[in-house]
Design a protein around this ligand. Structure first.
Ligand SMILES: [Zn+2]
Length: 431
């Protein structure tokens, strides 16, 4: 559940993230349409216009962008394998069963035993996984020039993140083991219900209690941009109180905005990089995309879809546990699925499932992103601003992946697909 929780929380902060612009002016080629019967008109050719954007990123810059994306694909595999190695270490050396024995000596109450186990297990695995986390979150981000964090600030944020996950995982895993003990036959069904409820609660409180631990959220500063954004919000039925502005530049160079929260806490947040580094049409286009997530209720729809993915994961654990316990149970000192000493094994099975479910999760999110793109184009009527903003993503997102690559790895449509959608909208709507 650790991985799913992390994945869901991340995905619910739908980041439409942008890197700093190249300053190249957007001039789009206009192709003549040969129709002798009609008066002489010119119509934009969306394919040629998209191609012109693609041609703007060539050579070393294109290679760097592709390398960052492709390295990210490999990291999915390295994360899985590294995580499995950590599990093997904890189980084969008897560390996990010793933590359980320690918890049993401290208290007789089963829930407290599980909680104590989790509060030792989470920081221990974080420590063992630190080298990969450091490479991925700090070294690599600096290598590609995307991070603004000093080592001390990065470590500070990692520490806060660890604290948050100890609280959330402490609750989630203690709850899961209580269910495993009480309803051993149907735990997977009750686990899905409880897991969905818990995720909903986390998503609801995240903007109020978790996001402010990392950034300061304020109303959008006064000025023409604020008026533009609030006008767009009013036109789309979004209360002005639900639009925020935050200081992301202390962490990253990426320009971004997101929708977070659920029911009463739903809000749109734009970061200071977006405000400082892009033109007003780009800001309008990006904010209209975020408003699409809001108006189309993507947070609620994602919760439903992720709950089904969770159900699949718990069923996967139910069936694969039998095999795993028969194969390893005795030698690792685990007394059954309801024994917290088996948590690393349970997590290992779940991480294999999540790895295999990558294309499913990405497709759920990518589908909503395509909808938000179309909503945003219609609401802002800024196809050029949107295409420019998307083009800036190419500093860290591959512009032109293959079809299978986009399906498996992309949680947003590719730069090509999104710019093409903008140019198609322009060709059909502005005549
Ligand atoms: Zn989005």
């Amino acid at each position: 559940m650790l991985k799913l929780l992390a994945a869901c929380t991340l995905m619910l902060f739908f980041g439409v993230s942008y890197a700093q612009g190249t300053g190249v002016p957007s001039t789009l080629p206009v192709a003549a349409v040969a129709d002798p019967a009609a008066p002489v008109t010119t119509k934009l050719d969306p394919v040629a216009a998209t191609k012109a954007f693609m041609n703007r990123l060539q050579g070393e810059a294109r290679e760097k962008s592709d390398a960052y994306a492709e390295g990210g694909y490999w990291l999915l595999l390295w994360n899985l394998l590294y995580g499995l190695a950590v599990v093997w270490l904890l189980l084969s050396r008897g560390i996990s069963s010793r933590i359980r024995d320690f918890a049993e000596r401290r208290t007789r109450r089963k829930n407290l035993q599980t909680l104590l186990y989790v509060l030792i297990y989470i920081p221990l695995t974080a420590l063992l996984e630190f080298p990969l986390m450091f490479y991925q979150g700090y070294y690599r981000e600096h290598q590609y020039g995307l991070s603004n964090l000093s080592l001390m600030s990065w470590l500070g944020e990692a520490g806060i993140g660890l604290g948050v996950s100890m609280v959330l995982m402490g609750i989630a895993i203690t709850g899961l083991y209580a269910i495993l003990r009480r309803v051993p036959q149907t735990w997977w069904a009750w686990g899905t219900v409880a897991g969905a409820g818990f995720l909903m609660l986390v998503v609801m409180v995240a903007p109020v209690f978790i996001a402010p631990l990392f950034n300061t959220y304020k109303p959008v500063p006064d000025g023409p941009v604020r008026n533009d954004i609030l006008s767009l919000a009013r036109a789309n039925g979004i209360p002005a109180d639900n639009v925020y502005f935050f200081d992301a530049s202390k962490q990253t160079k990426r320009v971004s905005a997101n929708v977070s929260g659920m029911f009463g806490t739903t809000r749109i947040s734009l970061n200071d990089n977006l405000l400082n580094r892009t033109s007003p049409p780009e800001i309008r286009a990006v904010m209209a995309h975020e408003m699409g997530h809001y108006v189309l209720n993507h947070v609620v729809k994602h919760m439903m879809a992720f709950s089904l993915v969770l159900l699949g994961g718990l069923l996967f654990i139910k069936f694969s546990w039998r095999w795993a316990e028969a194969r390893f149970g005795k030698q690792i000192g685990v007394r059954g699925i309801a024994d917290p000493a088996g948590l690393p094994l349970l997590m290992a099975l779940f991480s294999v499932y999540m790895f295999l479910a990558t294309p499913v999760l990405n497709t759920i999110v990518r589908t909503a992103e395509t909808e938000a793109d179309l909503f945003g184009l219609n609401a802002s009527r800024e196809p050029d601003g949107f295409a420019e903003a998307i083009f800036k993503l190419a500093e860290y997102r591959k512009l032109e992946p293959g079809a299978a690559e986009e399906f498996i790895f992309f949680n947003h449509p590719s730069g090509y697909s999104r710019i093409f959608a903008a140019m198609r909208w322009k060709a059909e709507s502005i005549k």
